[in-house]
Design a protein around this ligand. Structure first.
Ligand code: CU
Length: 105
């Protein structure tokens, strides 16, 4: 629900969304915290992406490298090893999934 709200806000306020790199506090308040990650591997067959991630407070994880499911399978064709991303993680059906991401600058 919070994700949907964030999406609607982002769509209705394009100027704000465009400038989130200049206002990290405002952006995280509106959309929730994003963790840093580096894509290590894409496994389309399994529907997973292996990410070396930083601290993930949303699911209580210390930094590590692990496989995540994705909220949208099309992301697996857009991401590639070496990509630096900022992403939100959540638990779904006992698995950690990427619920949202953006490319890191
Ligand atoms: Cu982890």
């Amino acid at each position: 629900m919070r994700l949907l709200l964030s999406l609607l806000l982002a769509l209705s306020l394009p100027a704000v969304a465009q400038h989130d790199h200049g206002a990290p506090k405002a952006a995280s308040a509106a959309t929730g915290p994003l963790a840093d990650g580096v894509v290590r591997k894409i496994d389309k067959a399994a529907g997973e992406v292996v990410i070396q991630h930083g601290q993930l407070d949303s699911i209580g994880m210390p930094p590590m490298t692990m496989a995540f499911g994705v909220a949208d399978k099309s992301w697996l064709t857009r991401l590639k090893p070496g990509d630096r991303i900022r992403f939100a993680a959540e638990m779904k059906g006992g698995n950690a999934i990427v619920s949202r991401y953006e490319m890191a600058k």
